[in-house]
Design a protein around this ligand. Structure first.
Ligand code: IDP
Ligand code: MG
Length: 238
């Protein structure tokens, strides 16, 4: 092995180790190596060959590098999986009959879309009162329960599933407080609704309710898995 190659190899290893130690690939060098390593794992190209570019020999690398690479590459893959898991978070959003009748479907969808969240299911439906009671089961002891379920089942509802990092919590921020009198300007209810009984939109309030509500309103096959072209511009670590 030439001394030039030794120097390059140790530079590669140093940057990988420091990248994994810092848990984020911060330096330009680290990013390049991480990308090369990730590509290598995906495409089964020998690790050192792609990390070196034209300067290295794949055969020379096999004898001694995989063990050194294994840890940082594994760390990178775990990070990647976590990032994907976060991106795949899903929430249930419904435009209630008042929002539909007031012509606010496009306005509401565009707020989620422009934020960078991804629509993975949508339908328009008139839920039965029994269905509305299931949806709002946690409010069954509240005095407005009957009127609320009556209203939800009074006309078309646009039911949707939105996906993205933090979409459950941030979806609630986009929606605003339950009572539009208390919703901040800039939020959907703050900008577009006036009273709590006609607050135009529903959004799941946590991971458990999101899961339950998605499975109440949608069959699994109605949820679409796809990669949007914009994702590489919406997600990224510097
Ligand atoms: P949320 O929609 O912000 O999650 P919840 O407390 O879960 O609020 O209530 C569900 C829906 O019930 C509200 O969106 C609203 O339409 C209705 N609601 C809540 N509180 C009242 C109330 O005090 N009077 C009438 N309707 C209410
Ligand atoms: Mg609620």
């Amino acid at each position: 092995m030439s001394s030039q190659m030794c120097k390059s190899a140790s530079r590669v290893i140093r940057s990988l180790l420091s990248a994994s130690k810092n848990s984020r690939f911060c330096s330009a060098e680290g990013r390049a190596v991480a990308a090369a390593a990730a590509v290598s794992v995906d495409s089964k190209v020998p690790l050192l060959a792609s990390a070196y570019g034209s300067g290295g020999s794949a055969n020379a690398s096999r004898g001694w590098l995989p063990g050194v690479f294994a840890l940082p590459v594994a760390a990178y893959m775990v990070q990647e999986q976590e990032a994907h898991a976060a991106q795949n978070e899903r929430t249930f959003i419904a435009i209630k009959p008042d929002g539909v009748q007031r012509g606010l479907i496009a306005e509401i969808i565009s707020r989620f879309e422009r934020k960078g969240f991804k629509l993975v299911a949508i339908k328009i439906t008139v839920p039965s009162k029994e269905f509305a009671q299931k949806h709002y089961h946690d409010l069954k002891d509240r005095p407005f329960f009957n009127g609320l379920c009556q209203f939800l089942s009074s006309g078309p509802v646009v039911a949707m599933v939105w996906e993205g990092e933090g979409v459950i919590k941030y979806g609630r921020k986009l929606i605003g407080a339950t009572d539009p009198q208390r919703s901040e300007p800039g939020t959907i209810r703050g900008d577009l609704a006036v009273v709590v009984g006609r607050n135009i939109i529903h959004g799941s309030d946590g991971p458990e309710t999101a899961k339950d509500e998605i499975s109440l309103w949608f069959k699994p096959q109605e949820l679409v898995n796809y990669k949007s072209n914009e994702e590489k511009w919406i997600y990224g670590v510097n």
